[in-house]
Design a protein around this ligand. Structure first.
Ligand SMILES: Cc1cc2nc3c(=O)[nH]c(=O)nc-3n(C[C@H](O)[C@H](O)[C@H](O)COP(=O)(O)OP(=O)(O)OC[C@H]3O[C@@H](n4cnc5c(N)ncnc54)[C@H](O)[C@@H]3O)c2cc1C
Length: 505
């Protein structure tokens, strides 16, 4: 879910002017020749805590950021986090532990997440959350909760700030400023890392090659290089190549181009987790272009709103029991449908009687959407509706007939029990739902200390990685676990900066 702040608002709130020349698109001659202890490639959710904590250890850190400002996906992210054993939970009398968190992730992911990566993330999650809280982060009222948008945890450990990812970025920015002022951290913006400098014999990483916005190229040398460039979902070719399907949505940070993954592969690293590909279920895109922005979402969670409608695929067939599927079951079922899309179908009687399908909209807005947005369809006949939506008309007619018969008899072929009305009173309606992605499944393999490794498990000397670069499969396996991208990105950045990257000087 995206926050309502624009990037311009963000820059105003961040007040980078106070840190002056140390955040800049141009490096000084001294910065170019200086050997750095750590070069952080990507100043986002993982890269910023890395720089903060490394600087506090006395490291000289160069953060290289492709965009015009640091923050990365936090500009868009809902910033939902999950942490176990926090002071915040203790104050509320919530009994939780990293082990329970670990068990939940392994249960929800059906044992498909990487145990070492998950353990490192969840056993250090409370320190990350406590650090944010100690520096001004405040969750929304009524939190933490068990879940929202993904299958729930067993304990209340899920929380986020009033401004989504921006609530986190404000803390990071405040904590980074003094490190820049001390002279330990330099941030170069509008500068993209394009290559790693690697010793041909030892395979050790010695630095990076960058390209600046004016097209010039430079080299920076460092004791360690940490890749924190985020994911690849905005690189449509790379997404399709890795995940085997098209990404129809335009829902991720434009700089999530998979460059860090390409760099790690070039140094001998390898990619894992693509088999955990999983679309999110509830999106309606703005139009039929590829990629298309997200228009809005339906409420598909039966515990919030039990569906009155049916879901059909391009063959006109139902593919899931609509009234009791979990998030994970719906997402997995959608992944099996052609082009990872389906249609929510109903009639005018259901439109009149049911609670809103789209909670963010009024009934009037919803009614007006048919005729206004390309992926909302309406017709006086079932056949006309199928034709307009691009659904097989014969299969669709048979499905609606079968559903109506089951509704009348109180016995549904898929076992559904909530069937208040048949689909029988024209006009008929359909809304197209498209599977979409907020992060990529596959990522670069790392060991327990977050060193990039080759296929034989050997670490590539001086090369580390954190954040979405590791892929959601490492943290969540084949099923989404709430907060398990933002929190591990922050945590792994913090751990790398604080202790996992050895300092030579
Ligand atoms: C809309 C949305 C909502 C989300 N909601 C949640 C949520 O609620 N909870 C959750 O856990 N996850 C969520 N996610 C996922 C999560 O936000 C991200 O996976 C996570 O923030 C990524 O952090 P990161 O540090 O790895 O990458 P980023 O924060 O994207 O940082 C990477 C940085 O590297 C820079 N960069 C890229 N290439 C280069 C290069 N060649 N040279 C230099 N710099 C480069 C980028 O510009 C960027 O600043 C959401 C994602 C989206 C898109």
């Amino acid at each position: 879910m995206s926050t309502s702040l624009s990037k311009r608002d963000v820059l105003k709130t961040l007040g980078w002017a106070t840190v002056g020349a140390s955040i800049s698109a141009r490096a000084t001659a001294a910065e170019r020749t200086r050997p750095w202890d750590i070069i952080v490639v990507g100043g986002g959710n993982a890269g910023l805590p890395l720089a903060i904590f490394a600087s506090r250890r006395g490291a000289r850190v160069l953060v290289i950021e492709a965009a015009g400002q640091v923050g990365g996906t936090l500009f868009l992210s809902t910033g939902q986090m999950s942490a176990a054993g926090t002071k915040f939970q203790k104050e509320l009398g919530i009994e939780d532990s990293p082990q329970l968190f670990y068990d939940d992730v392994m249960r929800i992911s059906k044992g498909t997440a990487d145990p070492d990566v998950v353990r490192l993330a969840v056993f250090n999650s409370a320190d990350t959350a406590d650090w944010l809280f100690a520096h001004g982060f405040k969750p929304r009222a009524g939190q933490p909760v068990l879940g929202s948008g993904h299958d729930p945890y067993s304990q209340r450990r899920y929380f986020w700030g009033p401004e989504g990812g921006m609530s986190i970025l404000k803390v990071l920015e405040e904590q980074l400023k003094p490190e820049i002022e001390k002279g330990n951290v330099t941030v170069l913006t509008q500068t993209s890392v394009t290559e790693l400098i690697q010793d041909a014999r030892t395979k050790a990483i010695k630095g990076v090659v960058v390209q600046t916005s004016d097209g010039t190229s430079h080299r920076y040398m460092g004791g360690a290089v940490a890749l924190t460039t985020g994911g690849y979902c905005s690189n449509k070719e790379m997404f399709e190549q890795i995940e085997g399907v098209k990404n129809f949505g335009d829902t991720t940070y434009p700089y999530s181009q998979g460059v860090g993954i390409r760099l790690a592969l070039s140094a001998g690293g390898y990619l894992r987790g693509k088999e955990c590909h999983q679309p999110l279920f509830n999106a309606i895109l703005a139009d039929d272009d590829t990629p298309s922005p997200l228009l809005t979402r339906i409420t598909s969670d039966a515990s919030v709103r039990v569906p009155w409608e049916i879901f059909v695929n391009a063959d006109g067939q139902r593919f899931i029991r609509e009234d009791n599927a979990t998030y994970d079951q719906r997402e997995k079922a959608l992944a099996r449908q052609s082009l990872e899309r389906c249609w929510v179908v109903f009639d005018s009687a259901i439109l009149d009687a049911s609670p809103p399908l789209i909670r963010a909209w009024s009934k009037e807005q919803f009614v007006e959407a048919f005729g206004r947005y390309p992926l909302f369809y309406k017709s006086e006949t079932l056949e006309g509706l199928a034709r307009a939506a691009g659904i097989d008309a014969t299969g669709f007619a048979a499905t609606v007939g079968q559903y109506n018969a089951g509704q009348a008899a109180g016995r549904d072929v898929l076992g559904r029990t909530h069937m208040p009305l048949p689909i029988a009173r024209p006009p008929y309606y359909a809304v197209r739902i498209q599977g979409y992605f907020l992060l990529g499944a596959a990522g670069i393999a790392v060991n327990k200390t977050l060193q990039v490794i080759d296929q034989s498990g050997r670490a590539i000397p001086n090369l580390y990685a954190a954040g979405e670069m590791l892929g959601f499969a490492a943290f969540q396996g084949q099923s989404y676990c709430g907060g398990m991208s933002v929190t591990p990105a922050l945590t792994f950045g913090r751990l790398l900066g604080d202790r996992l990257i050895p300092l030579r000087t």
